[in-house]
Design a protein around this ligand. Structure first.
Ligand SMILES: Cc1cc2nc3c(=O)[nH]c(=O)nc-3n(C[C@H](O)[C@H](O)[C@H](O)COP(=O)(O)O)c2cc1C
Length: 360
């Protein structure tokens, strides 16, 4: 099934393999597209992937979580972004851009000394940072920032956008009872915690129109006590489907849940596809395509996930850092990715660009 074509919402994918959003550390210090970034996406396109999602692109300067991330918070970025999408299209690739705000997982050193913003002032034990609770005005500003970014993405020629609603960044923080302790329109119960994403989604949709694919990556579980759990996550997914979302990527974890998003040492098939049961739950309840990410390394496991109805699309991150041409290799008979999930590629401070350290 992996190499069957798959179409949804006007996107025609040549297979069911997706490059999950992966920060590249290849934008310049101001967040502009560079030749190195474009080369990466050209390599991935030539490598046979059905759909690529860029690393998280910043929708507002107050949400910077890392250096040299792609930016889309101003019209000045459109020109470079258009060059990137055109280079991919020239090779026949399909590319979406991931839109993000880092929320409490942003760093004062990257914010001109300002405190990171969050739904509530909840101390982050992973970063040692106490964020500041957002005002109503600030919340609406970020809603607008996502919508503006989506408009730019469409103008810049991207085939789709993906809202980053996972991993403890701002959108996920609003959805989570652990990080959202508000008692107003934006929090207090499940319905109100959904309002930020609801308003944001509606604003994005208004900007890009009904015919442009808007996807989301969301947590099936925050994997932290008091966080979002599977029942709440499935309810959010259903609401998003009602609102018109085009596809949902299932992930999990946050900085504080320590290593549960990109698990280490996946060395046997039974350790692979660690969110597959949640994928199955989402698939049973939803009509929109379900994309699954997390630890898939062997072709047999990927086929099994598709056969068992746990996902429509298979998303990979770390294996494609090591082997951007993995899809072509699978098609030629390779059984499993070379990636050993050592997470050396996540040593962002040390690496000049994100790459596989096993190859150094
Ligand atoms: C170097 C690196 C950068 C990542 N950057 C992003 C990102 O920008 N956005 C995102 O949603 N997930 C990001 N992730 C998480 C991956 O997309 C993926 O969810 C996770 O690594 C599990 O998939 P895998 O086992 O195929 O690597 C990143 C992971 C790695 C290793």
């Amino acid at each position: 099934m992996l190499f069957e074509s798959f179409s949804f919402s006007g996107l025609n994918l040549k297979n069911r393999l997706v490059r999950s959003a992966t920060y590249e550390k290849r934008a310049d210090e101001d967040g502009f597209v560079t030749e190195s970034l474009t080369e990466l996406y050209e390599d991935l396109s030539r490598g046979g992937i059905g759909l690529m999602i860029t690393g998280n692109a910043l929708v507002h300067p107050s949400g910077r979580s890392i250096r040299r991330m792609l930016c889309i918070h101003s019209d000045i970025y459109i020109r470079g972004l258009r060059k990137l999408s055109s280079a991919v299209h020239d090779i026949g690739g399909v590319i979406a851009i991931q839109l993000t705000h880092g929320g409490r997982q942003s760093f004062p050193i990257l914010l001109g000394g300002h405190d990171p913003l969050a739904p509530s002032a909840v101390y982050d034990s992973a970063t040692g940072i106490m964020p500041r609770a957002m005002t109503d005005t600030e919340i609406w500003k970020i809603v607008d920032a996502f919508a503006d970014a989506a408009r730019r993405a469409r103008i810049a020629g991207f085939d789709a956008v993906q809202i980053h609603g996972a991993h403890g960044y701002l959108v996920s923080e609003f959805l989570s009872p652990y990080t959202n302790r508000r008692d107003d329109y934006w929090g207090g119960d499940e319905e109100r915690r959904f309002h930020f994403l609801e308003e944001l989604y509606k604003a994005v949709r208004k900007e890009v129109g009904g015919d442009y694919p808007v996807m989301i990556k969301m947590n099936c579980d925050d994997l932290i006590e008091g966080g979002l759990e599977s029942g709440g996550a499935a309810a959010i997914a259903l609401r998003l489907e009602e609102l018109g979302i085009d596809a949902i990527e299932v992930s999990g974890g946050m900085y504080e849940s320590k290593g549960k998003t990109s698990r280490q040492d996946i060395l046997s098939p039974d350790q692979e596809a660690y969110f597959r049961s949640a994928g199955g739950v989402f698939k049973k309840r939803l009509k929109v395509p379900v994309m699954l990410v997390g630890g898939m390394r062997s072709r047999a496991v990927m086929e099994d996930v598709l056969q068992k109805g746990e996902a429509d699309l298979i998303c990979l991150s770390r294996p494609l850092i090591r082997e951007p041409d993995l899809p072509n290799k699978f098609r030629a008979g390779k059984a499993a990715a070379d990636c050993i999930s050592c997470n050396g590629c996540m040593d962002f401070e040390k690496l000049d660009i994100v790459k596989c350290i096993q190859l150094l």
